[in-house]
Design a binder for this molecule. Structure first.
Ligand code: C5P
Length: 306
């Protein structure tokens, strides 16, 4: 008897930086109400899935050693969720090639979950609607819907409700990757603690930033970048102040902590300028390594889909 084994499916999913991250109050469900502007960057994870006897996750790349390969990996959870919906066993080998820093505030785990949902839809020919994929994504984590959507988008709720943002041109970034990682819940908790003790400034609405993004001018966008979690990340990792200072001293237009950190993202005037700033910053000895990236880029997509 001839058995048809489906070919492996490979999906690429992007990192994100929050250009604007306004954190509201803690909700009864333990999440914070957000108004954020997500921006997808050309730092990517490639995730491939192939039929196998049992569910497994393997991870390759620089940070591979610190990524769990059991049921705590968000890609594993994504496979179980999609399989339960499809009424089949999650019998797939998931392999993740990591280009996105782990625990870096750039939605690396979310990218892998988003990629796994999109990949299994293709592998198993499920024909899932966009709405269903987004519904699975939101169940997996607050940033996962954006990892599916990509581009530049405003996120509200806990970050899962998305509206695309008009953004002209590509923007060029230097990313300073830190030696360790930060736990997202710990950074949110630290912000709550800082707010109990005082009144750290809160970002307003991102209206001006939206206009600047529509203009495509990085010099207008730079001063409008903002992140309410930055104070909390700096409180937990005071050394990041030095990294932020070094980035602007290296000539970046502006720098912020990416999401819950500890990666710092520096906006530059052009691709060449980003390479210059990156070289200068890597000589400053204030981070583990430096990457250059641009955005916006598309969300999780099957490779070879053009
Ligand atoms: O949704 P996700 O599992 O990625 O969130 C991880 C943690 O980050 C949450 O458990 C919560 O502590 C914190 N978080 C939050 N408010 C949000 C998103 C995440 O407090 N809007």
């Amino acid at each position: 008897m001839l058995t048809v084994v489906p070919r492996p499916v490979s999906v690429r999913a992007p990192a994100k930086v929050n250009l604007h991250l306004a954190v509201g109050d803690l909700r009864p469900d333990g999440y914070h109400e957000l108004t954020t502007v997500f921006h997808a960057l050309s730092l990517v994870d490639d995730v491939s899935v192939v039929a196998a006897e049992t569910l497994s996750v393997s991870v390759y790349g620089d940070d591979a050693g610190i990524v769990p390969t059991d049921h705590t990996n968000l890609a594993w959870k994504a496979a179980e969720l999609v399989a339960a919906h499809a009424g089949r066993r999650p019998a797939v080998a998931i392999s993740i090639d990591k280009g996105i820093p782990v625990a870096g505030g750039m939605a690396g785990g979310s990218a892998d979950a988003a990629a796994t949902v999109v990949a299994l839809d293709a592998l198993w020919n499920l024909g899932l609607s966009r709405e269903k994929i987004m519904d699975f994504a939101a169940q997996l984590g607050s940033d996962v819907p954006f990892s599916v959507a990509g581009g530049t988008a405003v996120g509200t709720g806990r970050g899962e409700k998305l509206l695309p943002v008009l953004s002209r041109n590509s923007f060029h970034w230097v990313l300073a990757l830190a030696k360790g990682g930060l736990s997202t819940p710990a950074v949110y908790r630290e912000l709550d603690r800082l707010r109990e003790r005082g009144t750290p400034p809160r970002l307003g609405a991102p209206d001006e930033l939206m206009q600047a993004l529509a203009s495509g001018d990085p010099a207008r966008v730079g001063p409008l970048l903002g992140n309410d979690l930055q104070a909390a990340a700096l409180s937990l990792e005071p050394g990041l102040r030095r990294t932020l200072r070094a980035g602007t001293e290296a000539g970046a237009i502006a720098g912020i902590v990416s999401g819950s950190g500890p990666t710092c993202a520096f906006l530059c005037a052009s691709a060449d300028h980003a390479v210059e700033v990156g070289a200068e910053l890597s000589g400053a000895g204030v981070c583990r390594t430096v990457r250059v990236a641009s955005g916006p880029v598309p969300g999780a997509r099957v490779r070879g889909d053009g």
